[in-house]
Structure formats: C-alpha cells, structure tokens
Design a protein around this ligand. Sequence first.
Ligand code: ATP
Ligand code: MG
Length: 284
Amino acid sequence: MPRVISLINLKGGVGKTTLTVALGEFFSLWHGLKVLIIDTDPQTNATVALMSEKEWKRRNVKGQTLLGIFKDEVDKYQVFSPQEAIVKKVSNIGGGIDNLHLLPSSLDLIEFQEEFLYRRHDYEHVFRPSLLKERLEEVLHCYDLVLIDCPPDLGFITRNALYMSDYYLIPVIPDILSTYGIPQIINRVEKLKKKTGIGLEPLGIVVSKFRVQSNVHKSQLRLLRAQAGQGGYRRVFDTVIPENNQSAAVMDFNHSFAGLEDKYGYKRPYEEYKALAEEVLAYV
Ligand SMILES: Nc1ncnc2c1ncn2[C@@H]1O[C@H](COP(=O)(O)OP(=O)(O)OP(=O)(O)O)[C@@H](O)[C@H]1O
Ligand SMILES: [Mg+2]
C-alpha cells in the first residue's frame, strides 16, 4: 500500500498547494515513483495547476471529482468511480507525467457544503472521516505515494484526508502569524487520532516563502528548529523553500515546460524542491 501524506495548515497561502504539486512532480519524474495527488480543496488550485479546465469541466459534470464522493453519500446512489475520476498523466511538464495522477477537486464543493453540511441531522455519519478512504481503497494499491493537498482548515474534508494518511506535513511561512497556529493544529490532530484510533504521525514542518533578508524569518526559523523536540511536529526539514517568482509563475497549466529544470528554474527553486523531495523520502 502507498505511503500517504497530507499537507495541512489552518493558515491560508503558506504554500501547501505549490509544495504538493512540486513534490508530486519530483517524486514521479525524478524518483520514478507512482504518485497520486488528491486535491481536497474547493479552491481547486492543485487541480487547475495540473490539468486543463476543459477536461476538468467534462469530469465535473459527470460527478467524477472529489465532490462525487460526498454527493453520492447524500444522494444514496453511487456515481463516483475512482477509476473514472482519477486523471492520469497530469502536469504541465512534457505534456503530462506518466506516473503522476490526480483526483481533481470541484468548485461546486463550496455550494455543496453550504447546502447540505450543516442542515443534516445525520451529518456525523454521512460525512464520517473514513469516507474518502473507503471510496478510494480499491485503487490505492496502484501507487507508491499519495499526496493530499488540504484546504486551510481542519473541517470534514481535511479530517477525511488525515484519516487516510500515514503522515502530515505542515508548510509554514516563518513569521509570527503563520507559526502561531501550529500548536492548535497538533492538538486537533491528536484529538482526531484519539477519536478514530488512526496511526497518523507528524512528518515535520517545511519552511516556505523564506525571505533571506528578513530578520523575523531568520529568528522564527531558529525558534521553530529549537522547539522541534517539544513542539510535537517532530522536525523542521533542513531544506528551506525561498520566496521566489518562479514558484508562483509555473502554476499556470497553460504554460508548458520541457522538464523539471525548465519549470523550476535550473537553480532556484529547482535545487530546493529536489533536496526537499529527497529529505521527505528518507523519513517515509
Ligand atoms: N516559494 C514561494 N515563493 C513565492 N511565492 C510562492 C511560493 N510558494 C507559493 N507561492 C505563491 O503564494 C501563493 C499561495 O501559495 P499556495 O497556493 O501554494 O498556498 P496554499 O497554502 O495552498 O494556499 P491556500 O491555503 O489558499 O490553499 C500563491 O500565489 C503561490 O503562487
Ligand atoms: Mg492551497
């Protein structure tokens, strides 16, 4: 069975999606692993970075996105099929990477959540945290690694992601506001573990959007490293992802790239993503 890693943070915009996509591409292309990316964020950022909008729309109409899993549960009728929903050969590198697959998210999840979620008396059962795992179980053996890009909250979708994960990774911008919520994340994950009995482990913190010139960033990074022992997040990865223009520019699916170096700038952030992928693999 694959090792499953969720990328989570309560704070938005810390680089979860950018890291998920880059790690997926390095694991599949550089390390030759079979990788599934699951986009659980209704913002669909990983989805639009990895596949064409036209193809996404076609699948969305047929109920073949992440939303299908939750919708089926409400409708009590199974439309979603993991074989149909998972998009093979995704990414804007080389016309798609053979062993990189994607379960796309759906923008309609936002409306769906508003309409159904808080009105149902059987909410706890319908949106049980094991649902995502139950519906994907039959295809998981096809993969070496699964990366789950989570929304910036610990709501029912993230709980579903965590339930099927072996590890969780916390991307963090090393400033006061972004690091403030870390204990809360760890406490909430511990509560979920106790409630469900799952064996989820912290993989560590990845520092992203690091500003070399910033004294705040430097001191927060030192603090995070010093507190790794008692902080409950196990470690801060040696590799730090610097703030750079390339990371943002390459998320457009309409730009195509010849390879990892072409996409990630030969030196920066290419070297950092490559080093981080190697570091992560050493611990999972
Ligand atoms: N290393 C980086 N340097 C500069 N910009 C970056 C870097 N990583 C990500 N970005 C940009 O920062 C913004 C937020 O990044 P991203 O979408 O990956 O964060 P996120 O944590 O997934 O956000 P959300 O919580 O909204 O899902 C995006 O515009 C992205 O292109
Ligand atoms: Mg995101």
